[in-house]
Ligand binder design. Structure first.
Ligand code: ZN
Length: 271
């Protein structure tokens, strides 16, 4: 599932490919639920003829600022991705000026495109993006201390901090040696500081390696050119149950925490 580093990678690659500044010439929608509640005709007439002024990212949302003043907000959910070459499972095809075409690909069909007048209608419900200056240690510590919940679902809660999903949450908890079921108000200041630092660190590493793909399947994350992300070799915990912890050599275990599969080290990440 694309998380902050994967969405950032896709957004920056679309910018590198010159999508910003291009006019939308036509839109073909092959899977209408992606653009609900708009009909295909409504959506097409709202975006055709506009220019994509800017592509940015907040949390796991991609934002395409249009010259009409509206913003197209895309959430890739389970398996959405963008490509500049035709492929299979292309749900929306956007023809752009200068001969470019944008293919929105989504094997699972859960991704959603929202056309909004003001992005804040969606963004105001999110906590600070984990890689912005708004996400401070003071804010994070207070948010954890004032709640009495297990730490893993809290750092996955986009209303508290935006950007983490299951992979990077497991990685940040492993990195900071915190058990995923620890109660948030039981964490010491030193533990909170370590987790805060680890969250930023694992996300930045994910971006540097252009995202994490964990297998070769069609639902897996792909970069814009179709390549897998390069971060797989850096993953220490997620999806590695039964393998030895690279820090202490004990076998990693998998448990379910708040309905999410969670891998951790029973020796390093103490309760
Ligand atoms: Zn360990």
């Amino acid at each position: 599932m694309p998380e902050l580093p994967e969405v950032e990678t896709i957004a920056s690659q679309l910018r590198e490919r010159g999508v910003e500044g291009k006019e939308i010439l036509s839109v073909k929608v092959n899977w209408a639920p992606t653009i609900e509640p708009y009909t295909v005709a409504q959506f097409s007439s709202a975006v055709t003829g506009t220019t994509i002024d800017q592509i940015s990212r907040v949390g796991k949302w991609m934002l395409f600022a249009l010259s009409s003043g509206q913003t197209l907000m895309v959430h890739l959910r389970m398996a959405g991705s963008f490509a500049m070459e035709q492929g299979s499972h292309d749900r929306i095809i956007v023809k752009l000026s200068d001969g470019l075409t944008l293919y929105y690909r989504d094997t699972r069909k859960f991704g959603r495109w929202k056309l909004v007048d003001d992005p804040q209608t969606i963004l105001s419900k999110l906590g600070p993006d984990a890689l912005t200056r708004r996400f401070t240690l003071a804010y994070f510590s207070e948010a954890m201390k004032k709640r009495h919940r297990m730490i893993k679902p809290l750092i996955l809660d986009q209303g508290i901090v935006a950007g983490l999903g299951n992979i990077y949450a497991d990685e940040a908890l492993w990195e900071s040696k915190i058990h995923p079921e620890r109660l948030s108000d039981s964490l010491s200041d030193a533990e909170l500081a370590a987790l805060y630092k680890a969250i930023k660190q694992v996300l930045k590493l994910g971006i540097k390696n252009r995202g994490t793909s964990l297998g070769g399947g069609k639902t897996n994350y792909r970069q814009v050119d179709g390549d897998s992300g390069g971060n797989r070799g850096e993953v220490k915990a997620y999806g590695k149950s039964g393998k030895p912890c690279v820090r202490c050599k004990k076998t990693l275990e998998k448990i379910v925490v708040a309905q999410r599969g969670t891998t951790f080290c029973p020796a390093c990440q103490v309760t």
